[in-house]
Each structure stands twice: as structure tokens, then as C-alpha cells.
Design a protein around this ligand. Structure first.
Ligand SMILES: Nc1ncnc2c1ncn2[C@@H]1O[C@H](COP(=O)(O)OP(=O)(O)OP(=O)(O)O)[C@@H](O)[C@H]1O
Length: 324
């Protein structure tokens, strides 16, 4: 074995160690997540091997066409549904191995939710501050309750709504109170399924600003499902789901030029799973007529992917080459 080979092996081992460390840093880790629904003998594969990592303190948007599996994923992360196969972890909680009691504790202490239907988030006969206080009361945190309710209402700029009942609030105010309710017990993660779906775009932006403030000021990890492209483009990371899998993601960062002008630069990435599988965008494949197999070449700083120059019938059928 040459020195170069040893050095290379050491480098790979270190990279593997780093990967494990990254994994522990991820607050949410889903691996090859599968959820099959069977109704009247017909099976629907809502999630088909979905991989997702969300770091502690991240704010991400999940986007995808109707039926792509977003709500199924959110229900699993919320502890309301159990996957058919795969692995899913939030913090130290294994979402496939919780008994009923652990599940209840998980829903009470670890995750907070904001749903699309404003009526689903708040109890109609309680005022805004009573709604926010309720989760703390149920958890026996009565002493700190009043102060925390005030700070959350102030953080989300809805102090004036304190003594109003939901029907006396606008849709946007109701959702901001719902965010305060979700944050009441200091959850590790807040999950929001289309929280701006019933709002006009200006109000939706205000609600989104409230999520951002909660994320920045309290460090809460937030995952938001949205159809709203304008809203999705306001976060640093947008993950797209297609056919029950994460297909691509857009990362955005702020750059400052020599004159001190700030601009947001965004870049789209394809997802690479643990086995090294990569899903190439359908439009890229169509543009170059790539089907069945492609030629790969490892370069110093990238991997080239070319259409196969083999005749198509060989590519799709049995071949004489090894299938590596
Ligand atoms: N309880 C269920 N029983 C049977 N099929 C279901 C069930 N829940 C979801 N599905 C199916 O699973 C697939 C994914 O549904 P899901 O609600 O997760 O999609 P979505 O991306 O949230 O869609 P939308 O944006 O319309 O809410 C769909 O084909 C849906 O019909």
C-alpha cells in the first residue's frame, strides 16, 4: 500500500467521522423514510425513501406540489403519525419507537405546531393570553406563566391583542397568537403546515416575519410547509419535495460587495443520499436526452455527468459491462 493510498484512507475516515458528528448536530434526521397508506386494498406511497437533515436553530421552508408528501412528513415529525419504514429522529427521540406515553410527552414538550386553519390553533372561548398560557398551565409552569406570556406577545408584536378572543382578531393576528402558543413550552422545534395559506400576501409576510423573529431571538428550529413562493424565498434554505422524496434545495446567503452593498445570492442543489444516490432534475435530463444510464468522470473538484454514448437498446437491456 502506498503512502498516498494511506493518506487517502485517513482522509476518508476523518470525513466519515465528521459526517457522524454532523448527524448528531442535526436536530431532525430522517433517513429513507417510507409511509404507505392502504385504503380499500389500494396502496399509496406518500413517502418513498425521504432523507432530510435540519440543523439546530435552522429555519427552513418545505415546498412541493399537492400530494408530494409534505403533510405526511409534518404529521410524522409532529408525532401524530408513524412511518412505515426508515428512520426518523428529532433530538434524542426516535419517532418509530415511542409508546403512547412517550408520544404524548413528545408532543407536549418537544414540538409546537401551527396549522393552516386559524380555528384549529386557538380555543375560541379563551383570550389570546389565556391561549398562550394554557400549554404552560398543563405542564405545571404556573409561576413563570404570566411573564412568559407577556414576553411572547411582545416579541410577536401582538401585545394589544392580549385580552381579545380569536373572533376579535384578524387572521394574521390569530396566526401570530398561534405561534406564541406553539412557543409557550420552549419546544426544540416548531412545525407549521401552510400557516399563511388562508391569508393575503401582505398578512402572510407579517406572519412569516414573526416566525423569523422567533427563530432569531429564541433560536427555535422552525420547519414551515408552504405553497407560497414569495414566502419560501425569504428563508435561507428551501427544500423541495417531489413524489415523496426530497429532490432539491435552494440555499441563500447575503453577500456584501466592495461598496458595501448587500445582495442575496441563491443557489440550487440536488440532494445526495447516504448511499450516494443523486436525483438529477427532470428538465436537465430531458435537455440532454439522458435516460437509463449516464457516464461519470471524477475530476479534481467536480464530477462530470454525460449522456451515455452507447446505443439506447444496450443501455436499457442486458449489457456485457459490469453494473457498477
Ligand atoms: N390518510 C391517508 N390515507 C390514504 N392516502 C393518504 C392519506 N394521507 C395522505 N395520503 C396520500 O398521500 C399522498 C401525499 O399526501 P400529503 O397530504 O402528504 O401531500 P401534500 O404534499 O401535503 O399535499 P397538499 O399540498 O395538497 O396538502 C397523497 O397521494 C395523498 O392522497
Amino acid at each position: 500500500m502506498t503512502d498516498t493510498t494511506l493518506a487517502e484512507l485517513e482522509r476518508r475516515a476523518a470525513a466519515r467521522r465528521d459526517a457522524v458528528r454532523d448527524d448528531r448536530d442535526a436536530l431532525i434526521a430522517c433517513d429513507r423514510l417510507v409511509r404507505i397508506f392502504a385504503t380499500d386494498g389500494v396502496e399509496v406511497q406518500a413517502l418513498q425513501g425521504l432523507d432530510l437533515r435540519v440543523g439546530k436553530g435552522d429555519l427552513i421552508a418545505l415546498v412541493g406540489a399537492s400530494g408530494s408528501g409534505k403533510s405526511t412528513l409534518m404529521n410524522i415529525l409532529a408525532g401524530l403519525d408513524v412511518p412505515t419504514a426508515g428512520a426518523a429522529r428529532v433530538g434524542d427521540h426516535n419517532l418509530l419507537a415511542m409508546d403512547a406515553k412517550a408520544r404524548l410527552g413528545y408532543r407536549r414538550d418537544v414540538v409546537g405546531f401551527v396549522w393552516q386553519q386559524t380555528a384549529r390553533n386557538l380555543l375560541p372561548y379563551l383570550t389570546a393570553s389565556q391561549n398562550v398560557a394554557l400549554p404552560m398551565q398543563l405542564r405545571g409552569r404556573s409561576r413563570e406563566k404570566a411573564r412568559r406570556v407577556e414576553s411572547l406577545l411582545s416579541l410577536l408584536e401582538i401585545t394589544e391583542c392580549r385580552d381579545r378572543r380569536p373572533y376579535q382578531l384578524s387572521g394574521g393576528q390569530q396566526q401570530r397568537v398561534a405561534i406564541a402558543v406553539a412557543l409557550a413550552n420552549s419546544p426544540s422545534v416548531v412545525l407549521a403546515d401552510e400557516p399563511t395559506g388562508e391569508l393575503d400576501s401582505a398578512t402572510g409576510e407579517q406572519v412569516f416575519a414573526a416566525f423569523r423573529r422567533a427563530n432569531e431571538e429564541l433560536g427555535t428550529t422552525i420547519v414551515i410547509v408552504t405553497h407560497d413562493q414569495a414566502v419560501a424565498s425569504e428563508v435561507r434554505r428551501t427544500v423541495a419535495i417531489r413524489d415523496g422524496r426530497t429532490s432539491s434545495e435552494v440555499l441563500r446567503r447575503t453577500e456584501v460587495d466592495a461598496e458595501g452593498r448587500e445582495s442575496v445570492v441563491s443557489r440550487e442543489y440536488a440532494m445526495l443520499d447516504r448511499a450516494g444516490r443523486l436525483q438529477l432534475p427532470a428538465e436537465h435530463l430531458a435537455a440532454l436526452g439522458m435516460r437509463h444510464r449516464v457516464a461519470l468522470e471524477l475530476e479534481r473538484d467536480h464530477i462530470g455527468v454525460w449522456p451515455s454514448d452507447e446505443p439506447e437498446q444496450r443501455a436499457s437491456g442486458d449489457t456485457t459491462e459490469g453494473g457498477k
